[in-house]
Ligand binder design. Structure first.
Ligand SMILES: *[C@@H]1O[C@H](CO)[C@@H](O)[C@H](O)[C@H]1NC(C)=O
Ligand SMILES: *[C@@H]1O[C@H](CO)[C@@H](O)[C@H](O)[C@H]1NC(C)=O
Ligand SMILES: *[C@@H]1O[C@H](CO)[C@@H](O)[C@H](O)[C@H]1NC(C)=O
Ligand SMILES: *[C@@H]1O[C@H](CO)[C@@H](O)[C@H](O)[C@H]1NC(C)=O
Ligand SMILES: *[C@@H]1O[C@H](CO)[C@@H](O)[C@H](O)[C@H]1NC(C)=O
Ligand SMILES: *[C@@H]1O[C@H](CO)[C@@H](O)[C@H](O)[C@H]1NC(C)=O
Ligand SMILES: *[C@@H]1O[C@H](CO)[C@@H](O)[C@H](O)[C@H]1NC(C)=O
Ligand SMILES: *[C@@H]1O[C@H](CO)[C@@H](O)[C@H](O)[C@H]1NC(C)=O
Ligand SMILES: *[C@@H]1O[C@H](CO)[C@@H](O)[C@H](O)[C@H]1NC(C)=O
Ligand SMILES: *[C@@H]1O[C@H](CO)[C@@H](O)[C@H](O)[C@H]1NC(C)=O
Ligand SMILES: *[C@@H]1O[C@H](CO)[C@@H](O)[C@H](O)[C@H]1NC(C)=O
Length: 861
């Protein structure tokens, strides 16, 4: 996923660090400079709410803090979007008429779903995933279609001419009855939106694809809720970027339009539930609207990667799971007279369509000719003219491989890699290279290589059609699906839905149908499922209905008897039919509010309530399935990517192993979960599942509740990475020269001559305080630079900025006068940075800078 994090708010200016291995112009925060959401006390739109906001502005004027209001929110939140210099944020914190101040940020779609540039027109085909999620039975047996349910979609818009949505907009009988374009094609999250009445998207496949998953209806192609009514709120233009300010406006309109289910199409990885977006989500949930959000596509980046607003406690966060089959482009390989069908892992991008029937296929061996000499990093030593050439990834870049294959006369390059990480599309200069290419995933690659090793005169047929292929990763959480939990410890994701190779609608000018992959595709699946639930005659509170999806999901196992961690799979793969028909129910999850098993030498006790809504007595067995535990850190306190497993398990004890419940009654059982096998120094995120399954003679489904906790103290989280690209961190540098200053530096604080602190977060951080001590008295806090400016920070993500730079301009304030920001007098100081994993940690991680001597030039008056 590519996030366009380009901006950092720093007190005064931005740092450029051109040191060894540190990239210039990366500032590390996704927030928009000087842009805030301020929330006021009182109900949105109420007289007292408006009064509170007026008082707030009066206070700002009294303090002489300059501001401009860019948007007032009066429906879901009593709040306003303001432009206000970040240095004043500390002073806002003391104002009684501000309930909270939140940074505004940019966000983007989960962009693993890069569309193919080749737009072959494809026909409607059935959604295979319905066969593995119980949606087929919800359609055929329960006759549910989402009829009459309003689903709001915040995304890139839709192709209003697509036949799967009736080729209409707001007319009588049209499935799209609501919608608005908040942004226009050119919006990129920071420029001025150009709104319009119609949410048309002809430049990205994204919004049209996901809308098809919810409610597309065209011949044999049926979304999950094919007769739902849609509201399409376009919050992203062609760049697929948006901003909090726009998202909040769209959520208010979706609410006013009466949307019952809202699918959130944006996210910022490694998010907190205390961001502005999450406030709006919580407000919507409190008003009875169901909000479904994607976990994000950062599955290759250890724990705490989940995107906001999926991090919200009550919203439903959806990750992706692998099902037995999917549509795929494929290869027919004939060796020794037998044909094997292998799926291709990616779409053909960049280059013209290929259509090859029975052409020779060879491995791209170099001079040594040994079995692992198939890298094509040198001239090929095999006759390749007219052949498909299979090469292994690694050692040299794709451009090099492709040029050797093309030079040898190959007609197509297929890249494989026998490691477990999947390959993307081979990337090379498609302007100068005419060779088509694609990659195959590791298992198909292994099969292909084995066929070529032993098969005689192998040939291959490749075309641009798709067919149902076996998915070798069946039963796993998708590799790209982000891991939770939320930084506060909430169990996220909540559940999984199919997200890989999803065949759905794309704009007609892009071929009408195509495959896309990502949690973006899994999320609307669940939005559609909720629409079916609301249409059904199942009754219950919002949380009870959501619980039925979570409790009846199918657990995925990493090895026999050991489920994947709840931090990875939530409660497993959605089973819509079971959720709609289960006659028993339980809680949604067991979670320690703060996430910390603070007292590690004790059992954790929990009461479980099972309710029988059916007409017959039931008897259930109770068991606890410990999942593998994982740490986000190595034993040396560095980030562990992938997370480091422990070969230890939670122990458990149930008060009763088997219990019966009469129709209409609830039973209580209790469980003690014992984390004592874990050593707090190992910083393990522990988890498992309470599985309640029907005893012999009871007809019913398994119900599970996930359990998750932190088997360590927040003080012990190594929030700061010790280096990046071999540069020890945190460190101090001089902005003007980019030199790293190890011991002490003299700064004029004029122009670019000021210090910059560089740090990298390997865990989410609730708060960073920046304070000043005098070099002569380092144990005594002299002044503050910012107490609240940096709060709820994400950890460093591979797709984002590798580190955060913090530039100091020599200014600060004394504690009793936060709005009086002054130039500190010439002298020698240290900056003291304190990092808090939770707001109330007593022993934060700290960093004390080298001595900073301020020597401002004398003014020539
Ligand atoms: C927001 O509301 C204030 C009054 O509280 C008003 O002065 C201002 O013009 C409004 N701004 C916008 C952008 O609507
Ligand atoms: C779903 O399963 C049914 C019954 O096994 C089968 O007939 C149908 O072809 C399957 N649908 C798809 C799209 O694979
Ligand atoms: C957005 O567009 C504006 C104006 O075209 C440009 O100045 C700005 O750099 C762009 N921002 C991003 C994040 O691409
Ligand atoms: C597969 O790709 C990974 C990542 O580039 C690389 O580290 C690994 O060596 C590759 N494996 C092979 C067998 O080429
Ligand atoms: C995978 O690649 C490695 C490194 O080149 C090689 O040693 C190994 O034999 C390969 N395994 C298979 C199954 O091809
Ligand atoms: C193809 O035939 C050869 C020689 O008969 C044999 O060694 C090899 O195992 C066969 N390969 C496959 C894939 O069946
Ligand atoms: C493979 O091709 C060569 C050269 O065309 C031919 O001599 C040989 O008999 C073929 N082998 C098989 C098993 O078809
Ligand atoms: C691949 O083989 C299958 C099964 O025999 C066949 O239906 C399909 O047409 C073949 N595709 C190509 C491109 O040859
Ligand atoms: C639903 O939400 C997911 C994840 O936030 C997003 O990627 C997708 O585009 C959304 N789908 C629709 C139909 O809005
Ligand atoms: C239900 O739980 C039991 C006991 O762990 C297990 O044997 C069974 O496979 C589960 N059923 C399903 C459908 O997961
Ligand atoms: C820390 O804060 C959380 C939530 O703000 C609260 O639930 C918890 O009790 C606090 N812990 C301590 C030790 O103060």
């Amino acid at each position: 996923m590519q996030w366009a994090f380009k901006l950092l708010v720093a007190v005064q200016a931005l740092a450029t660090v051109v040191g060894k291995g540190i990239d210039a112009n990366h500032y590390g925060l996704d927030t928009l400079p000087s842009r805030y959401l301020v929330q006021f006390p009182g109900e949105p739109g109420s007289a007292s709410g408006i009064e509170a906001s007026k008082k707030f502005y009066t206070q700002l004027q009294t303090l002489r803090v300059p501001y401009t209001i860019t948007h007032n929110y009066t429906t879901l939140l009593n709040a306003a979007a303001l432009t206000i210099d970040g240095q004043y944020i500390d002073s806002l914190g003391s104002l009684t008429n501000a309930k909270g101040t939140y940074a505004l940020r940019t966000a983007s779609v989960d962009d693993d779903a890069v569309g193919p540039t080749e737009h072959l027109t494809r026909p409607p085909m059935p959604m295979i995933s319905h066969n593995y999620t119980g949606v087929d039975r919800a359609h055929s047996e329960l006759k549910l279609t989402g009829q009459g349910i309003k689903v709001g979609i915040l995304d890139t818009g839709i192709d209003l001419t697509h036949p799967a949505f009736g080729n209409c907009f707001k007319t009588a009988g049209c499935p799209i009855q609501y919608g608005y374009d908040f942004v226009g094609d050119d919006f990129n999250g920071t420029n001025t939106p150009k709104p319009g009445p119609k949410p048309i998207d002809n430049c990205t496949p994204h919004g049209t694809h996901v809308a098809g998953v919810v409610a597309g209806n065209h011949g044999v192609f049926k979304g999950v809720a094919p007769k739902a009514t849609l509201g399409i709120y376009r919050i992203m233009g062609c760049e697929q970027l948006t901003s909090t300010e726009v998202v909040l406006q769209a959520l208010e309109m979706a609410y006013t339009d009466g949307m019952q289910v809202i699918n959130m199409s944006f996210g910022v990885p490694s998010g907190w539930s205390l961001w502005a977006e999450d406030l709006a989500v919580s407000a919507l949930m409190a008003k009875g609207v169901y909000v479904v959000a994607g976990a994000g596509n950062d599955g290759d980046n250890t724990l705490w990667a989940i995107s906001s607003p999926a991090t919200g406690e009550l919203s439903l966060a959806v990750g992706a799971a692998e099902i037995p089959e999917y549509y795929s482009l494929y290869l027919n390989v004939t060796a020794n007279g037998t044909t094997t069908i292998l799926s291709r892992s990616d779409q053909q991008r960049y280059l013209p369509a290929v259509n090859f029937l029975n052409v020779p296929v060879i491995r791209g061996f170099g001079a040594s000719g040994s079995d692992d000499d198939d890298l094509a990093c040198e001239e090929l030593a095999v006759p390749a003219k007219g052949a498909v050439v299979v090469v292994r990834r690694g050692v040299c870049d794709m451009q090099t491989k492709a040029s050797f294959v093309q030079k040898a006369g190959g007609i197509l390059m297929i890249v494989y890699n026998n490691s477990t990480s999947p390959l993307g599309t081979p990337a090379y200069d498609s302007d100068t290279m005419t060779l088509p290419s694609f990659s195959v995933e590791n298992e198909a690659g292994t099969t292909l290589i084995n066929l070529l090793r032993t098969g005689q005169n192998a040939t291959m047929s490749v075309d641009t059609s798709m067919r149902v292929c076996k998915n070798s990763a069946v039963g796993q959480p998708s590799w790209y699906s982000s891991w939770g939990p939320a930084p506060e410890g909430y169990i996220k994701p909540d559940l999984l839905a199919p997200g890989t190779n999803i065949y759905s609608t794309v704009p007609v000018n892009m071929g009408s149908y195509n495959l896309l992959t990502g949690t973006s595709m899994a999320t609307p699946y669940v939005a559609g499922a909720i629409a079916l639930m609301l249409e059904s005659n199942r009754r219950g509170s919002q949380q009870q209905l959501l619980n039925s999806f979570v409790n009846t999901a199918t657990l995925l196992y990493s090895s026999p008897g050991v489920p994947y961690s709840p931090a990875q799979q939530g409660n497993g793969l959605i089973n819509v039919y079971n959720a709609l028909t289960a006659t028993t129910s339980m809680d949604r999850f067991i979670n320690i509010a703060t996430g910390y098993l603070t007292n590690m030498d004790k059992n954790f006790h929990k009461t479980i309530e099972l309710t029988n809504h059916g007409n017959t007595p039931v008897t259930y067995n109770f068991e606890f399935l410990s999942s593998a535990a994982y740490s986000a850190f190595t034993k040396d306190k560095e980030a562990a990517i992938p997370p480091r497993p422990a070969k230890k398990y939670l122990d458990s004890f149930f008060h009763q192993k088997k219990m019966s419940a009469n129709p209409g009654s609830s039973i209580l059982n209790s469980v003690a979960i014992d984390p004592r096998a874990f050593d707090a120094d190992q910083r393990m995120v522990v988890g498992g599942f309470i599985n309640v399954y029907p005893a012999k003679g009871t007809v019913g489904v398994n119900l599970t509740i996930p359990f998750l906790g932190y088997a360590f103290e927040p003080e012990n989280v190594p929030m700061l990475a010790s280096s990046y690209n071999d540069i020890p961190l945190p460190c101090m540098s001089r902005r003007s020269t980019s030199e790293i200053i190890p011991k002490s530096g003299v700064f004029t604080m004029v122009g670019d001559d000021f210090p910059v602190i560089i740090y990298r977060l390997q865990a989410p951080v609730a708060r960073v305080r920046v304070r000043i001590t005098k070099a002569s008295d380092p144990s005594h806090i002299h002044a503050a630079v910012t107490e609240n400016f940096f709060s709820y920070l994400s950890k460093a993500m591979p797709s984002g900025q590798p580190y955060i730079t913090y530039a100091w301009d020599g200014r600060g304030y004394h504690y009793n006068t936060p709005s009086k920001i002054i130039d500190l007098p010439n002298g020698s100081y240290h900056l003291l940075l304190s990092f808090y994993m939770t707001m109330n940690v007593t022993n934060p991680n700290t960093y004390t800078s080298p001595v900073i001597t301020i020597k401002r030039p004398k003014k020539n008056v």
